[in-house]
Design a binder for this molecule. Structure first.
Ligand SMILES: Cc1cc2nc3c(=O)[nH]c(=O)nc-3n(C[C@H](O)[C@H](O)[C@H](O)COP(=O)(O)OP(=O)(O)OC[C@H]3O[C@@H](n4cnc5c(N)ncnc54)[C@H](O)[C@@H]3O)c2cc1C
Length: 369
């Protein structure tokens, strides 16, 4: 309750401090979404369903690629389906943790997740947006000014009643609005590459190494994505060599993509509502890719955000975002803390195997069922 009130007061204060109507007072659209990733496109689709007029600015041609582990949790699969978006992919039953001879696995109670190539996911969402009549503007937003009645975005030179910054981890808009918060701890990075293999696991496998984690996500009967998460800045091949069993399994596999990276992963925002500009998806704040929840959370957040705008209650979004991301933030922060201690890190997989009920509950928590 206290957070809700604080968030509302902050949003109201920002709105009151804005200048009066600018020369271009009439908005071109109700909502301009900056960024055509999963968050931006899902926000646009939900907003259109609420009857808002929407445009999306995304300078990169579709399908847009991005470093990702490419495992969509069950709640994310359902959220996509509810939007009429069904990209091709490979179902997985749950999560398996692996460390040396230790194994722990838990099946999602909420139904399977879906391994889906990032480009397929973005293309399917972009197609749905196009079918819904959302203009995808091939432009970069280079600046944002706002007054009491609307927001003007330089680049597309569009005026909107509201602007959603879904511009990713680095979020130029978050930075420009002074909402970036320095984050503690060593910076972590993600790298991914695709491999053609003889057969694929029916779980997302998380291999815990001494300095990194390796994620294996099935994407097709003969294709996996192998994502590495680490605080060390070393080439992909060097990091992968640290996982002896995984390297042996991939020895005859054919790499079918180049290495793509992202990071630092951890990002924090002072708040998510700044006048008529709202931060969504990774731009709103991100802890780590350890639990593979980014896309499911992005989709849930997009739905909540569009609902707030449709009700003309943008101030309610801060509390909604905090509620939706609370367990992700707690679990991921806790896992990262354990990861930093050599002793605790060695115990994560054995503990998951010794306490299968606890592990299953944690996995159900991240499934967003
Ligand atoms: C290594 C790694 C592994 C991951 N694994 C998983 C996983 O297995 N499962 C999962 O669910 N999540 C995973 N995630 C997280 C997931 O990838 C993100 O949470 C998700 O992509 C967030 O989507 P987004 O739309 O918010 O941001 P993005 O996908 O980054 O999209 C932002 C878009 O904004 C555009 N943009 C930027 N600046 C501007 C501008 N000025 N004007 C216009 N457009 C702009 C960019 O071109 C981009 O297309 C992983 C992340 C990493 C880094």
């Amino acid at each position: 309750m206290k957070l809700t009130m604080n968030a509302r007061k902050a949003a109201d204060r920002t709105l009151r401090s804005l200048p009066g109507p600018s020369k271009a007072a009439a908005p071109d659209v109700d909502l301009l979404v900056v960024g055509g990733g999963p968050t931006g496109l899902a926000t646009a689709l939900h907003a259109v369903r609420h009857g808002l007029t929407v445009a999306v600015a995304e300078p990169r041609p579709s399908p847009v690629d991005k470093a990702c582990g490419e495992g969509v949790m069950p709640g994310g699969v359902r959220a996509l389906r509810a939007l009429g978006v069904e990209p091709p992919g490979q179902a997985f039953a749950g999560i398996r943790y692996v460390r040396d001879r230790h194994r722990a696995e838990a099946v999602f109670r909420a139904g399977p997740g879906l391994g889906v190539r990032r480009t397929d996911l973005q293309a399917a969402l972009a197609k749905a947006a196009e079918n819904a009549g959302v203009p995808l503007l091939p432009v970069k937003v280079t600046g944002v000014t706002q007054d009491a009645h609307g927001v003007t975005a330089a680049g597309p030179d569009l005026r909107a009643r509201w602007l959603v910054a879904a511009d990713g981890l680095r979020s130029p808009i978050r930075r420009a609005l002074g909402l970036d918060v320095p984050v503690p701890g060593p910076a972590r990075y993600g790298l991914r590459r695709h491999f053609e293999v003889a057969d694929v696991p029916d779980f997302v496998e998380v291999h815990w190494g001494s300095r990194a984690e390796a994620y294996v996500t099935p994407l097709a009967p003969d294709l996996v994505c192998v994502a590495l998460l680490t605080a060390e800045r070393a080439p992909y091949a060097t990091q992968l060599a640290g996982f002896a069993d995984l390297s042996a399994w991939l020895a005859d596999a054919r790499p079918v993509s180049t290495v793509r990276g992202a990071g630092p992963l951890r990002r924090s925002a002072r708040r998510r509502v700044c006048g008529r500009v709202l931060l969504a998806g990774d731009a709103a704040g991100y802890v780590d890719a350890l639990t593979g929840e980014g896309v499911a959370l992005a989709l849930a957040g997009a739905e909540a955000l569009a609902g707030c705008l449709a009700r003309e209650r943008p101030d309610e979004y801060e509390a909604e975002w905090r509620r939706l991301t609370r367990s992700y933030r707690r679990l991921t922060t806790g896992l990262l803390a354990a990861r930093r201690s050599a002793l605790l890190a060695r115990g994560i997989v054995p503990a998951a195997a010794w306490f299968p009920g606890l592990f299953a509950a944690a996995v159900d928590g991240v499934s967003h069922g």
